[in-house]
Write a protein that binds this ligand. Structure first.
Ligand code: C2E
Ligand code: CA
Ligand code: CA
Length: 862
């Protein structure tokens, strides 16, 4: 069907040859010896010994235009190459460029023919991808670039295929058609021409794009190569040029030399009937050509896109070997062009974290089979710098549903991340001090306000305003002022916990935000005040040397607590502001609370703690004794109660200073002193013949102190006081702690003779089970229950219950806070063992009690 056109072309060819001959006589002829080997349709020798085929026609046309005379010399491929090396021929068409060949041969620059290699096999084959070649035998032209390529690629991908080198591609096609090989690798143009002839079809395995050139001996024929480049570039830019007409023609026709005279007659007979069909075919061919050009253009576009986009694109096999990567990715890896395929990540990355990151994300794709979108930090092999990549990974599936590869597209966002970081710093940090700025402080404050609503814990805002900063600026200049601020920033940062926020909010103002101060507002206020006081001293404590000038600066600090009741940032900031203003009004260099009462309380706690430490062991602190009486008025014992006579504030209630002592840890010191005085008192009373135990209050903290038992033993031994003269009053609160440890501790003390009384009994924790587990001697009914006797039915019922239960448990009961005769009567009626209260005796100085004892003994003597 294609023959009529072929005949027409043969005529054209003859005409061309004739014209070429004419041209050759016209111009000073340059004779070029051209090696011709059979490689239809690329190149072959026409019956009249002229170059034919695609490259042959191109060469003929260039020779015609340049006035060259072509002398053809037929040769086999190996022979042609040898002749070219030896200088026996000047030009050899259809040589694929390889780096190896470029060492010994000269090439022009514009490829004469773009082609690629393709696998051909019998119809009905299942070849889809290169991995499908596993276990098959493949015919390939001996010594060809296809052979090279297949050997290295199959090996690096671990594909076991048997390569059968053939001297002539026709042999290869024959082997497959005779089932002696499974597939044959061939250049696309050649394969398309031969495949059908041998009953083979094109498979979807495409590989190794190639570029065919005219080659010369290295360093020779530079003007010839330049002329070839000139025409090729001119023609390839024009779709209607001689070049594309030649390509189209060769896609369309069979080789002309197959046509015999007998066929001509046959064709002429059929010509008329086939002409319509021919027109249709030509139309289809034109369409096909257009589509092919579009496809080529698309492929070029795609290559251009892959080459120019900023992303790192790669595909690798499920076992981690690269199938492809774009140029940018190769650069990223520091791999030379074309050295990626078949190699694993370990050939490029040396950083173990990076390798682990990549492997982990690949594994996730293999395991889940779904696309992922992740942010990764990768150590770039090219220059060993850390890069942040936004990576999309997607599985690539084969037609049969198996995972064929993993496609990765990474975008390097390192610069963006850094820019974002810088933007964040500029938005939220102060450039002078490097501290967070007002904006950050406000956002942090809002977070604290929100969290206090959930966890009830208090926070605090401290506003630090430098006193007379303007004066320093005026006197020493702004540079000095700036350096002072920077130095103070460092100091403030050092003086606070890492978790606290220190911000520079305006020229001479800093803000410190602390949170998680606890649930108790008084305690939180106390801690906040001590932080503020510490910061005040940090600022004013020592002279700063700024530019060799000694600068002394003080600050006014305003504090306010942040709690669930704090409305919003503005309110809290305003409160701190008002407090700062008050600190300034009072002369500066001080810390002030927003709430006056809190301020007073915090101040009181501060001086209570300081002064109590001074008072212990001095006459300021003493013990009073309150005796306890039995039913018949006999003395059964006495409780020792601490009293503090402050030199300026007068008497201070233990209800006030005992909690301060407990919080500050002073309670241990106080307890030690109390035990000493108690022992002395016991001895004094013993000397007077008064033998009854004395009760002292023991703080839970002191009781559980590691050395407490040893200390009590040593004191008793040293003072020579029998342990059974002492009753330790402990509150129910102590039992909320680790009951096991408390029981052990009490048992150890009980071995020394110490007896235990539960103080304030009936008010709190009422798990009676523990009573049996502890070495108890006595219960002291709390005065709040006694006070309501006998009118309040509930209290009466509880008191009766306690007395009945104590009787069951064989415990002694003392009622405290007895103020009326009615109370005493009811208690004794229900068999309470002893009473303590104002009705019988107020707590009195120990000396007073001893005098009373003496007086009683004297009057008894008389
Ligand atoms: P507490 O152990 O319950 O002590 C009894 C409290 O009741 C004493 O208050 C006492 O003066 C008071 N009181 C006695 N009789 C009456 C009365 O008829 N009516 C009223 N309304 N009150 C009466 P005080 O001395 O103010 O002690 C308060 C608390 O301070 C004590 O309560 C005790 O828990 C603690 N405390 C006192 N001295 C010491 C001490 O040396 N060490 C320890 N750890 N705590 C002590
Ligand atoms: Ca007590
Ligand atoms: Ca009590």
């Amino acid at each position: 069907m294609r023959q009529p056109l072929s005949i027409f072309l043969v005529v054209i060819q003859l005409a061309l040859t004739l014209m070429l001959g004419l041209a050759a006589t016209r111009v000073q002829a340059q004779v070029l010896r051209v090696g011709i080997y059979e490689q239809q349709p690329d190149i072959y020798l026409s019956p009249d010994n002229h170059p034919a085929g695609i490259l042959g026609e191109l060469l003929n046309e260039i020779a015609r235009r340049e006035g060259w005379t072509l002398e053809t010399q037929p040769c086999s491929w190996q022979q042609c190459m040898q002749w070219l090396h030896d200088g026996n021929i000047d030009l050899l068409p259809d040589v694929y460029y390889t780096a190896q060949r470029a060492k010994t041969l000269g090439f022009h620059h514009v490829p004469a023919l773009h082609s690629w290699s393709q696998m051909y096999a019998k119809a009905g084959n299942t070849l889809r991808a290169i991995t499908d070649l596993n276990g098959l035998s493949i015919a390939v032209l001996a010594g060809s670039t296809q052979e090279d390529y297949l050997r290295t690629t199959l090996h690096s991908l671990g594909i076991q295929a048997d390569l059968i080198p053939v001297q002539d591609l026709t042999d290869g096609f024959q082997l497959v058609s005779r089932h002696q090989a499974d597939a044959v690798a061939a250049d696309f143009y050649i394969g398309e021409l031969s495949a059908r002839e041998y009953g083979l079809v094109t498979t979807s395995i495409v590989f190794q794009p190639t570029e065919a050139f005219f080659a010369t001996q290295k360093g020779q024929n530079a003007t010839v190569l330049a002329a070839i480049d000139h025409y090729l570039s001119l023609w390839q830019a024009d779709p209607n040029s001689f070049y594309f007409r030649t390509l189209d023609h060769w896609r369309l026709v069979q080789t002309p030399n197959t046509i015999g005279p007998h066929a001509i007659r046959f064709i002429i007979t059929l010509a008329v009937s086939l002409s319509l069909l021919l027109i249709l075919l030509i139309w289809q061919q034109i369409r096909h050509t257009r589509l092919r050009r579009q496809l080529q253009a698309k492929t070029r576009q795609f290559d251009t896109i892959l080459g120019s986009i900023n992303a790192l694109v790669s595909i690798k096999t499920p076992d981690g070997r690269y199938l492809m990567g774009n140029q940018r990715f190769e650069q990223f890896l520091g791999a030379s062009a074309g050295h990626l395929v078949g190699r694993p990540d370990t050939d490029f990355y040396t950083n173990t974290d990076t390798l682990a990151t990549i492997q982990q994300s690949d594994r996730a794709i293999i395991e889940t089979g779904t696309r992922s979108f992740i942010r990764q930090t990768i150590q770039r092999p090219q220059d060993d710098s850390a890069r942040t990549l936004l990576t999309t990974k997607a599985p690539l599936w084969a037609a049969n549903g198996t995972l064929e590869g993993i496609c990765t597209v990474g975008t390097d966002i390192t610069d963006h991340v850094q820019a974002e970081h810088t933007r964040h710093r500029l938005t939220y940090y102060d450039t002078l001090t490097q501290l967070p700025n007002r904006r950050m402080a406000l956002e942090h404050l809002q977070q604290i306000i929100d969290s206090t609503r959930h966890n009830q814990a208090h926070g605090a805002l401290l506003q630090i305003d430098l006193d007379g900063f303007k004066r320093i600026n005026d006197k020493h200049g702004y540079r000095t002022g700036d350096e002072l601020l920077a130095a103070l920033a460092t100091r403030l940062r050092k003086a606070t916990r890492e978790h606290d926020l220190v911000a520079h909010t305006s020229a001479d103002e800093f803000v410190v935000l602390v949170d998680a101060l606890g649930n108790d507002s008084h305690e939180s206020a106390r801690i906040a005040m001590s932080i503020a006081e510490n910061l005040r001293q940090t600022i004013s404590g020592n002279t700063l040397m700024i530019q060799n000038i000694p600068v002394l600066i003080t600050a006014s600090i305003g504090l306010t607590l942040i709690n669930a009741a704090s409305h919003d940032c503005d309110t809290v900031m305003r409160e701190a502001d008002m407090a700062t203003q008050r600190a300034k009004d009072q002369g500066g260099n001080q810390a002030t609370f927003y709430k006056q009462d809190l301020q007073a309380e915090v101040e009181q706690r501060l001086w209570l703690e300081q002064d109590l430490l001074q008072a212990i062991g001095t006459p300021q602190l003493s013990l009073h004794l309150q005796p306890q009486f039995g039913k018949d008025g006999q003395i059964t014992g006495g409780e020792l109660l601490a009293r503090w006579q402050h030199p300026t504030h007068g008497p201070i209630s233990p209800a006030l200073f005992i909690p301060v002592a407990e919080e500050s840890g002073l309670i241990n010191l106080l307890g030690t002193w109390t035990l000493g005085v108690a022992c002395d008192t016991i001895l004094t009373l013993q000397a007077l013949g008064e033998i009854y135990p004395l009760s002292i209050n023991i703080s839970p903290k002191h009781l559980m102190e590691v050395r407490f038992v040893d200390f009590v033993r040593e004191t008793l031994e040293r003072k020579k006081v029998p342990g059974n003269r002492l009753i330790f009053e402990i509150t129910e609160g102590v039992l909320i702690q680790d009951i096991q440890a408390v029981a052990l501790r009490m048992q150890a003390l009980a071995q020394l003779g110490i007896r235990f009384s539960i103080d304030d009994f009936g008010t709190g924790y009422s798990n009676l089970a523990y009573l049996k587990r502890l070495p108890l001697y006595e219960l002291k009914i709390d005065k709040s229950l006694i006070q309501d006797l006998p009118d309040d039915n509930d209290s009466t019922a509880i008191v009766q219950l306690i007395l009945a239960m104590a009787d069951q448990l064989n415990l002694r009961v003392v009622a405290e806070g007895v103020e009326t005769d009615d109370q005493a009567r009811v208690l004794f009626q229900h068999d309470c063992h002893a009473l303590q209260g104002f009705l019988l005796a107020r707590p009195m100085p120990i000396d007073t009690w001893i005098q009373r004892v003496r007086k009683r003994q004297l009057s008894a003597d008389h």
